[in-house]
Design a protein around this ligand. Structure first.
Ligand code: DQA
Length: 151
């Protein structure tokens, strides 16, 4: 059987990881995060498509592309999670399992970070566990896809 494909999508400013507010986001770079995801995917025997964009429209288009292509979406929407109804609508439209990841604990931070539109489309959210949250999300997504395939 073909390995399931999980899209790992990253929103704005995550290309600055490593240099951006290290006291909040840590020292790992986006390349490090990609390596963590590649290693997790090998262990789990799934394929991943890892991407980052600063553009809201591009992120929406990438989510749309996942329909009929990927089996699940792991997304760190970054600030668009807090602001973008367009992104929520795209996540709802693709009818795929979604796991939302935030490196920092958004509930410990400013009030405006406590709400995310994306969470309405998410099966689950991992936040505050640093970049290891991505590997945990891939593990959970793989379990969810396998459960679904067993039905
Ligand atoms: C973030 C949290 C968001 O509030 C913020 O806008 C980000 C990163 C995180 O991974 O902790 O850019 O999504």
């Amino acid at each position: 059987m073909k390995r399931p494909l999980i899209a790992v999508l990253n929103g704005p400013n995550l290309n600055m990881l490593g240099m951006r507010q290290p006291e909040v986001y840590g020292r790992a770079t986006l390349d490090d995060v990609e390596q963590i995801c590649i290693q997790a995917a090998e262990r789990l025997d799934v394929a991943i498509d890892f991407r980052q964009t600063n553009g809201e429209g591009e992120l929406v288009s990438w989510v749309q592309e996942c329909r009929n292509r990927a089996q699940g979406i792991v997304i760190n929407p970054a600030a668009y999670g807090h602001t973008s109804i367009a992104l929520l609508d795209a996540l709802l439209a693709v009818e795929l399992p979604v796991i939302e990841v935030h490196i920092s604990n958004i509930h410990r931070r400013e009030e405006f970070r406590h709400h995310t539109y994306c969470s309405r489309a998410a099966a689950g959210i991992i936040c505050g566990l640093g970049v290891r949250g991505y590997a945990m999300a891939l593990q959970a997504m793989t379990d969810m896809i396998l459960d679904e395939n067993d039905r």
